[in-house]
Write a protein that binds this ligand. Structure first.
Ligand code: PRP
Ligand code: URA
Length: 207
């Protein structure tokens, strides 16, 4: 079974409160997604392998460590774009590969509308999507990234439902999920409760 890491840091809880608040305007919502993603990315990269590198400080030569692994960020459009800059700030050498899905609100099935992958998959992929609801979009995205040839995949989501986590764990037991909060359940429209509403609409001011 895959690992689920729920961040318990006080600052995560603090920023989640502002993120969830329905009165939080778009410009602050985007900032909150960004702050929370930085904390998620910090946790999700904690076990990256490091290699020695010789450098010279103004005083002497010394051996330091650096990360050589080729990493790909895979934001799921649209809402995943809101997380991308924060991870890129932390990992400026990462490649960005976009995947477009929207959830058909009548069937709740993910519908793919964009894919941009190369012939050279990265060694590690971080899939970015603020919401893991039914888990349909995440499972499809993970399947596509695996088919591309990536063996090490982590899923970064701001909020996860227990139902979504269970689905990803069933279908992709090798993928670790990092989340700021595991919420209570899905409602009758498969929205996460208490959740934050529609992440894409709140990020892009299209409510
Ligand atoms: C949201 C969210 C996920 C998906 C989660 O996207 O960003 O991609 O729903 O739902 P699931 O786990 O049940 O598949 P949405 O379809 O609203 O598209 P958007 O990001 O373009 O707004
Ligand atoms: N997509 C969202 O944006 N929010 C939810 O609660 C579920 C799916």
């Amino acid at each position: 079974m895959s690992r689920v890491v729920e961040l318990k840091h006080p600052l995560v809880r603090h920023h989640m409160a502002m993120l969830r608040d329905k009165n939080t305007p778009t410009y602050i919502f985007r900032d909150q997604i960004r702050r929370l993603t930085l904390l998620l990315a910090y946790e999700a990269t904690a076990t990256l392998p490091v290699e020695p590198i010789e450098i010279e400080t103004p005083l002497c030569k010394t051996t330091c460590k650096h990360v050589e692994t080729r990493m790909g960020l895979v934001p799921i459009l649209r809402a995943g774009l809101g997380m991308c800059d924060a991870v890129q700030d932390l990992i400026p050498q990462a490649e960005i590969w976009h995947l477009g899905f929207y959830r058909d609100e009548s069937t709740l099935e993910p519908v793919e509308y964009y894919q941009k992958f190369s012939d050279h998959p990265p060694e590690i992929a971080f899939i970015l999507d603020p919401m893991l609801a039914t888990g349909g979009s995440a499972c499809e995205a993970i399947a596509m990234v695996k088919k591309w040839g990536v063996n090490k995949i982590s899923m970064l989501c701001t909020i996860a439902s227990p139902e979504g986590i269970e689905k990803v764990q069933d279908v992709h037991p090798d993928v670790t999920i990092f989340t700021c909060a595991i919420d209570e359940c899905l409602n009758e429209n498969a929205y996460i409760v208490p959740g934050l509403g529609d992440a894409g609409d709140r990020i892009f001011n299209t409510l």
